[in-house]
Design a protein around this ligand. Structure first.
Ligand code: FUB
Length: 510
């Protein structure tokens, strides 16, 4: 993305207790597939990455799939390249299109579509991992079926209450299959060798498309999303031809027949001629994810994920949703006194996030003028006194400026990141703050340096309170004592410097 970060972030002065759309601004992310997994506090969104370079590859150029997660709907953690195209040894360069991930037993299955070398068609493959954020490996070593036709894109997978998994997909045709219990084979006992074609009738989808002309009020295009609320099954999809809007049909069975119910998100001038939707129930609310061309430098081949709240009528129909730049409200504040990943962001300009959850994920490609924002951070009534950073720097020429609220906010710290011995040589450094932030603020990080050189790599940050200022502090504990918990109540085997819970009291380990 372009390096006009400082100017743009300087203009974004408002306090971000709202998510704002797009939800990711440091790279282009398309075809969002949201998922909340039982027993996991985070909401995950699976997507592909638009890597189009205007004038060079003026089409979709997509080499990988990424995963993001949030606990507050405002700050999103980038889990890096959860599956590169090369993990499918049979896949063609640049063709990693839409996907969806589901969990069965203790395994996460990520269904994605991709082409093969020398073949214009897309095929559906499946990756698997024992963690929601990956990394994922090819589970089948080949596409999971071959219809012999084109249009096999945009898989959506839904596991019904009886454990049966359904896979729907298709562009201009809508098809489904039942997955076998191993999740990587289809049940060939139904349809045509396991594949059922859904009739695209007016009753089911609002109209029909013949020779690219729509007869009726609507028509199915692509990007299906299968889901259930109560006894109602929902099929949302991109509709109406290009530019697309999102429509939906309902049924009382995952196999149909479907009844057309209308538009969910009408066509708006979002800068993207495609749209692609997913819905999710999370922390008592329903959310609708889609994509636009609204990021800086964005467009039809450089799209960005967005989110709105979603509501239903008493009969289960979906209330129409408008694409907004404001997005959704924060669900909670973030603690600055816990280790926070540098790649947990409300917005960022100029930087990149690399790696995966096995190798480690971190912020890199940091240059003078780049900046990042984290939203809705609760410093409490006593405030923070210092900040600890985990960084790696080859040259040691970079300066990090930490401000509260925005690019013109009060400077909390202006620190030089001295050389650590290399860009992969990580060190923890603690710096005193020049000003004590109190209460809830956004944080604005900006980078100062000279020329075009990359300044440093950044893994995580954590603010520290002053031990003497903590209410209820009973004693300073020793590092050898192992019965510590994080302030969220997670046991800690080897506590490092910071605040913990012990015997119900907050304690400080120096
Ligand atoms: O991202 C490539 C394609 O664009 C998707 O597969 C479609 O749903 C459309 O969003």
């Amino acid at each position: 993305m372009k390096k006009t970060g400082l100017l743009l972030s300087a203009l974004m002065l408002s306090f971000a207790a709202w998510a704002q759309n797009p939800i990711v601004s440091h790279c282009y992310t398309a075809d969002p597939a949201p998922m909340a997994f039982e027993g996991n506090d985070s909401l995950y969104v699976y997507c592909d990455e638009d890597m189009n370079v205007p004038g060079v590859n003026d089409f979709y150029y997509m080499e990988r799939w990424r995963v993001y997660s949030t606990v507050d709907m405002v700050n999103w953690t980038d889990h890096g390249i959860a599956m590169p195209r090369t993990a499918f040894t049979w896949a063609r360069e640049g063709t990693c299109w839409a996907s969806q991930c589901v969990k069965k037993d203790d395994t996460y299955y990520w269904f994605m579509c991709v082409s093969k070398p020398g073949d214009w068609r897309h095929y559906i493959g499946v990756g698997k991992s024992d963690k929601p954020s990956g990394p994922f490996k090819d589970a089948r070593k080949q596409p999971i079926f071959d219809t012999g036709e084109g249009g096999d894109i945009d898989p959506t997978v839904f596991i019904d209450d009886d454990g049966q998994a359904y896979l729907y997909w298709g562009n201009n045709k809508l098809r489904y299959a039942k997955l076998r219990s191993n999740m990587i084979l289809i049940d060939t006992r139904i349809g045509n060798n396991g594949i059922v074609e859904v009739p695209l009738t007016e009753k089911a989808f609002g109209g029909v498309k013949v020779d690219d002309k729509v007869t009726g009020k609507d028509c199915y295009e692509e990007g299906p999303w299968l889901d259930k609320r109560g006894d109602h099954y929902y099929l949302m999809y991109a509709a109406g031809g290009v530019p697309e809007h999102i429509s939906y049909s309902m049924s009382d069975s995952p196999e149909g027949p479907w009844t057309y119910k209308g538009q969910v998100m009408k066509q708006q001038n979002t800068g993207s001629f495609t749209n692609h939707s997913g819905m999710v129930h999370y922390k008592g609310k329903d959310y609708f994810f889609y994509h636009t061309g609204w990021a800086q430098g964005g467009g039809g081949f450089n799209r960005s994920m967005a989110v709105e709240e979603m509501t239903f009528t008493a009969t289960g129909t979906i209330k129409p949703i408008t694409a907004t730049k404001k997005g959704v409200k924060a669900l909670c504040t973030m603690s600055p006194y816990l280790q926070q990943q540098a790649e947990t962001l409300n917005a960022a300009w100029g930087i990149s996030v690399v790696g995966n959850e096995s190798k480690g994920v971190y912020v890199t490609d940091i240059h003078a003028g780049d900046s990042m924002r984290v939203a809705n951070i609760d410093f409490g009534t006593e405030g923070a006194k210092s900040i600890t950073l985990r960084v790696a720097a080859e040259k040691g020429n970079g300066i990090l400026v930490v401000r509260q609220d925005n690019a013109r906010g009060k400077v909390l710290a202006r620190v030089k990141i001295e050389a650590t011995g290399g860009n992969e040589v990580w060190e923890e450094r603690t710096f005193d703050l020049d000003h004590t932030p109190i209460g809830t603020h956004d944080l604005h990080f900006s980078f100062v340096g000279t020329g075009d050189e990359t300044l440093f790599n950044w893994d995580w940050w954590q603010f520290n309170e002053d031990a003497s200022a903590i209410d209820g502090l009973s004693y300073t504990a020793s590092k050898e004592d192992k019965t510590y918990y994080t302030l969220q109540g997670m046991p800690v085997a080897q506590p490092t410097k910071g605040f913990y819970l012990r015997k119900g009291k907050k304690v400080f380990i120096p």
